[in-house]
Design a protein. Sequence first.
Length: 305
Amino acid sequence: MTRLQANLLLTLVALIWGSAFVAQSRGMADVGPLLFTGVRFLIGSLVVLPLAVLEWRRLGRAGRPLTRLDRGHIVGLGLLMTLGAVMQQIGIQFTSVTNAGFLTAVYVPLVPVLGWLLLRQVAHWSVWPAAVGCLVGAFLLSGAHELNVGLGDLWVAGSAIPWAVHVLMVGRWADRMGAPFLVASGQFAVCGLLSLIAAFAMEPVRWAGIEAAAWPIAYTGVVSVGIAFTAQVVAQRYAHAADAAIILSAETLFAAAFGYVLLGERLNTAGLIGCGLMLACILLVQLLPLVGTLTRSQILTNPSN
């Protein structure tokens, strides 16, 4: 898979995640967010499980079974997913949805920063203006005109750290193991189980509520988690983590589009400008590196020029 193909697959992932916002908003009317998260991630784990079993057997035949460190990495990814979701949910209880939507996007510029600090990865120069542009676009799209920082805002902003580390490490560890489906199914199972434990401790758990939210849970579990999150693991074996963060932030843009089509929601002028800015930044980070590659290829092909 080429870097461009990986980026296009990540764009499809962002599209699916954007569509899932509609299902999530409807499902939350019947169950708590932790229960919703736990059940849908366990469903996602089951969706990928057959491929994970085949991968497990292939690694065994090749004499490359997962080591204790590999299993620890999978658990770590699941823990990062859980931390991001739980911290975000705690913050949402004490802040507005507008502030939460904007502050979650803080993970976009965090990924290249952490990539440089932790892994000494140097991103293409286009990543930096694109990351800032996506953050500004998310701010405009959220409809916020001022941001009064409170305790809830700090929780949501803090959730950006585990999300950023997850985006940074998931492709790296999946590529090292050569087992993207095992990584996907395993991290979903960890996140689902931990979220369910938290749900039983913090929320009313009723079977009637799960039945009422069955379709939203099924859609987000099978499509958003089972398909899209797995595709993210596969694509990030070939995509730069900083590029992935910017492209995946398009879920906010796609969520606005699906809200417009399915829920009749409308954007003001600032929101439309935010959408346009985010789209421009996503195209920027995908096309500019290609321009440089084509230019170098032409120079090597025609050195006399």
